[in-house]
Ligand binder design. Sequence first.
Ligand SMILES: [Zn+2]
Length: 385
Amino acid sequence: MALSFIRDSVEVSRGDLADRFGLDRKTVSRIVGGLLEESIVELAGYREIGPGRPQELLKLRGEWARFIGIDLGATHIIGLLADLNLKVEERIFYHIRPGLPVQVILKQMKAICDRLCTSMPAGTRSRAIGICVPGFVDPRTGVSELAENIPGWQDINLRDDFEQSFECPVLVDDSSRAWGRAELRLGANRGMRDAILLDAGYGIGMAIVADRKLHRGSTNRAGEVGHTVVQPGGPRCACGNRGCLEAVASGRAIAAFAQEGLRNGKSELLLRLTKNDPGAVTAQDVAIAASMGDNFSVDLLRRAGVGIGLALGNAVNILNPSMVILAGGLVSRNSVIEQAIIEGVRASAMPGLMEQVEVVTSELGTDGSALGAVSMAADTVFAPN
Ligand SMILES: [Zn+2]
């Protein structure tokens, strides 16, 4: 409890701890003495409060331990090594081809963990590993139940597998929720109380923050905004249904529409970017072509953005958040899609609800989920809150 308070306050005095937990000075001195002896907290400076002795301030000692975070997406694996204050010391990015066999992906993830372990300063060891994957995840069992966008990925007990390989605690959660956790701990939005975070990349997910906590739902599956139906009878989605938001507006859908357009001669520029191979086109190529003024690509992104925005506005109507955070590879540094999303939200959220909502873009770039994963690992040190 005291440790979580020090973490969340950044700098704290013994008096602050006594006030916060209603403890007497002697008890606080004993607790802090133990933490200083263990080197998990250190002196951060002094606070002058009128005459008398200045108060000693305490903060977490980041180097006390190192943690690993792994973010598996449909097209990437990101690995981070960070200290107790979540200061990132090393980052590894692997691009993966959609359709890679499950065993190969698992091997890559372990190879990244191995490399991060060897990067740790001598004498330190990883206290825990956090892993996030898209789709259905049960954090209590550590089983990744289903990731529709990773073919063949089903019922994989990541916790058991990685605990056996690395002999440390392993935490597993869904990537969008991991991003929400990162925003709560590290983002510009750490003070948020009720918020929704849209995570748009190859797939589309959502994290819901209710009363400063992540909302999980009865079976840990809350936030599947990507599988809300927006076009009945529309394109087939990876989940088996038709016309889901993901099937019409995700990175995967944008690539599919672009491919079809290229086969019909819609954009010379985009075709050149794919080296004349329409089958190789990605949403990122579309974003590059759009930034170069390609009308076909701008139109694809705009349509996807408005679709995402409409679904997001519906979520605003249902959940009444004070903040909407736009995140994920699709919105990161992409003003066309970002503007279209905002336009869509304004069109579908009720005026009485929209006026109260602040729409912001995540400042965590493309590493939000990976940071959330490393934060899950570091949180094993603290009391649950
Ligand atoms: Zn679906």
